[in-house]
Design a protein. Structure first.
Length: 746
């Protein structure tokens, strides 16, 4: 065997043949040698290497493997040679492995060289060599890559390398555990669970993979799977089973029971754990929290009282505070609240305790004052549940939806009581929303209220139908009354025309007598001295006639509106209405333009509404200003913007702007500084839906008047019929001017 090791290296297949024939070696002597030499296998070479090692000749074994690799490439030979190199001194081993790596860049030499460098703490260089290597790799190559990638912080690459290792060594349970750990750190919990399940299959007698699965499922909140897995683990037998594992599995099982609503099972497990380990703080806290959730407040306090070491923990103080408030022990609750505020100065729990105390004494307004401001996150639900209860008792239904939006876990009892109160107040939509927020829909009270809500809504709809029928009937009666009033006014117009004709005849007769007095004859002779005087007389006569016509117009307005309402109008409004009435009566002819009369009626209507409602509202705002910031926010609403600007800087208000503001005020669902100011000025409660509906109807008719007022600016002429309709809208029996008598300020 020594002679075989020391023999010269045979020529290559394409080298000249050593016999001197001039042929290639493969065409000459190799043919004869191949026929006479026995075929050597990898097993034969490995057997010779083992024999050399048993004889203590490691160098001979290495030389034999080096020569064999030249003529017989095999992965087993590469691995065997690399393993023998690692048995040499580190410097010599690195030298040989480095030469091999530089020559071939294969993964066998790379793996062994990287192992050697890792032992020398040259991990970056080892990782670089592994990354540059090529060819087929052993499973351990990929595991070393994964370890180095993980240490370098490249978690994704480490996971990919470990997955390649597991493909080649799928029965390695520790590798599955390592892969699961990497996947957990990469936030790939679903894949980690699959890896842990494979580890459990590979290691059926080990509990560790199952414990790790419980931890991952707990992080994911998959409590049904935790329950099933924990029950299975407790039924099994494992080699690595310990008391701590039993405690942890049962604690996970109790938490799963608690989340899934099986309080009795969870309570039994935690009591057992506390019996085994009285100092198990987590189990004691969970049991106390369960008793709190089950509303067994005394029992929760007893559980916590058995461990004085937990007295200063925030979570323990939190349970004690909630129990003390539920038991109406306010002195104890105040003491605990101070302890919590010492640990967390932003908690603001003293106002919360006082608010609960005020709620119990039915001082709900004072309780709401205590609950102003922003609560701490830990007590946000307790804070807002208390606020919701106070709002329901005070009947402030408009504020309840906003409170519901910020409630993550509403109290079912408070929701039930609030729903019952809203039903009694006729707020059916709010009651339905409150009932939908209740978590336990199968509770007896919830089912009873839901059963009661349906018939009440049907009765409400029937009442709405009857009310609409009454409104329609009233509208018919109003139209009939308007028809009668129209006929009456027609007769008045005819009498008025007759009076005008008679006045015209008297005026002509008086003019003739006047001309005779001043010396004007029928032949046209006029004294020279009387020319200027005659002009002055004509001007005075025209002025007197105008004054008389205006007085007659005012008399007609008084007869239509009544003296009391007429005197309540401002002087500017009366002047505009009087001018409009005079122009309406003075202009004659179907082809004449009545636009001036319509504009005067519109100015009078605009002045009347402005002086009766909006000017006093502005004075009230200037005298008792409210929240300017909220008013400015409301100014972005197109329907309220002009009114807000009028309040703030005194801009002009048109009929359309006033109509929009009154329409928004008439909506009982709307609230705000500007709307409340209008309602306060007019004297209307926002709960008086009938009065608000009347003002909403007035606003719509006022908007019609605004559209008609803008018509003369765009049309060539305005007909008498159009002005007649506008005049009826402003001054008629159900005219807009009459709606001002509803306001308390008139």
């Amino acid at each position: 065997m020594v002679q075989h090791i020391e023999r010269a290296r045979p020529p290559g297949r394409n080298d000249p043949c050593p016999c001197g024939s001039g042929k290639k070696y493969k065409r000459c002597c190799l043919i004869h040698e191949a026929t006479c030499l026995p075929v050597r296998r990898v097993e034969d070479i490995l057997s010779e290497v083992i024999s050399a090692e048993q004889a203590g000749d490691l160098d001979a074994a290495i030389e034999l493997l080096s020569q064999a690799r030249v003529t017989m490439p095999a992965l087993d030979l590469d691995r065997a040679l690399a393993e023998r190199y690692l048995k040499l001194e580190p410097e010599e081993a690195e030298h040989h492995l480095r030469e091999w790596w530089d020559a071939e860049h294969d993964r066998s030499s790379a793996f062994c060289l990287a192992q050697l460098l890792v032992k020398q703490d040259r991990k970056s260089e080892a990782l670089s060599i592994l990354a540059e290597s090529q060819g087929t790799a052993s499973p351990e190559y990929w595991r070393l890559c994964a370890s180095l990638r993980d240490q370098e912080g490249d978690l994704d690459a480490a996971i990919a390398a470990m997955e390649l290792y597991i493909r080649l060594a799928s029965e390695d349970g520790d590798a599955w555990l390592g892969l699961a750990d990497m996947q957990r750190r990469a936030a790939q919990n679903d894949r980690a669970l699959l890896s842990l399940r494979r580890a459990s299959d590979v290691m059926p007698d080990k509990a560790l993979p199952r414990m790790l699965r419980l931890q991952v499922l707990g992080e994911e909140g998959r409590w049904r799977e935790i329950r099933d897995l924990a029950e299975t683990v407790l039924e099994g037998v494992y080699e690595d089973w310990q008391a701590d594992m039993s405690h942890d599995v049962r604690d996970h099982l109790a938490r799963a029971y608690f989340v899934l609503g099986d309080f009795e099972a969870a309570r039994g497990i935690w009591k057992t754990l506390l019996g085994e380990r009285p100092n198990a703080r987590e189990a004691r806290y969970q049991l106390a929290n369960l008793e709190l959730m089950a509303r067994r407040y005394r029992q929760a306090l007893c559980v916590l009282a058995a461990c004085e070491e937990m007295d200063r923990e925030i979570r323990v103080l939190d349970i004690q505070l909630r129990c003390s408030l539920a038991l109406l022990e306010y002195e104890e609750a105040t003491r605990i609240a101070r302890l919590i505020e010492e640990e967390d100065p932003l908690a603001r729990l003293i106002p919360l305790v006082r608010a609960v105390q005020a709620r119990d004494t039915r001082e709900y307004n004072w309780a709401l004052e205590m609950l102003e401001g922003e609560p701490a996150d830990r007590y946000r639900d307790l804070w807002n549940n208390l606020r919701l209860d106070c709002l329901a008792h005070l009947g402030r239904w408009q504020e309840i939806p906003a409170t519901l939006k910020v409630l993550a876990h509403p109290d079912d009892d408070i929701l039930t009581e609030a729903a019952l109160g809203s039903l009694a107040a006729g707020k059916l939509d709010l009651a339905e929303r409150l009932l939908n927020e209740i978590e336990d829909q199968q509770a007896g009270s919830t089912r009873s209220l839901n059963a009661l809500l349906g018939p009440i809504k049907q009765l409400r709809r029937a009442a709405e139908v009857r009310r609409q029928q009454q409104v329609d009937e009233a509208e018919k009666q109003r139209r009939a009354a308007e028809s009668r009033d129209l006929r009456r006014r027609l007769r008045e117009v005819e009498r008025h025309n007759a009076a005008l004709a008679e006045s015209l005849a008297r005026s002509e007769a008086a003019l003739e007598r006047l001309l005779e007095l001043v010396g004007v004859t029928s032949e046209g002779g006029v004294p020279a001295d009387w020319d200027a005087q005659l002009q002055r007389i004509a001007q005075r006569a025209h002025k007197d006639a105008l004054v008389q016509e205006l007085q007659q117009a005012e008399q007609r307005l008084r007869s239509m509106l009544g003296d009391q309402l007429w005197l309540r109008l401002s002087e500017k409004a009366r002047v505009s209405l009087r001018e409009g009435e005079w122009l309406f009566a003075a202009v004659e002819g179907e082809d004449r333009d009545y636009g001036a009369a319509l504009l005067e009626y519109a100015r009078g209507l605009e002045r009347a509404f402005k002086d009766s409602i909006f000017v006093p509202a502005k004075a009230l705002w200037e005298r008792v200003p409210g929240s300017t910031e909220r008013l400015q926010i409301e100014g972005h609403d197109p329907s309220l913007g002009p009114f807000v600007r009028y309040l703030m800087i005194g801009t002009h208000l048109t009929l359309g702007s006033m109509a929009s503001a009154l329409d928004r005020m008439g909506d009982n669902r709307r609230q705000g500084v500007a709307i409340d100011l209008l309602r306060s000025q007019i004297g209307i409660d926002h709960r008086n839906e009938r009065a608000l509906e009347d003002w909403k109807r007035t606003a719509s008719r006022l908007l019609v008047a605004a559209d008609a007022r803008n018509r003369p600016a765009h049309a060539a002429a305005v007909s008498r019929e159009a002005v007649q309709q506008f005049r009826d809208l402003v001054l008629g029996t159900d005219g807009l001017i009459r709606s001002l008598s509803l306001g308390r300020t008139l």
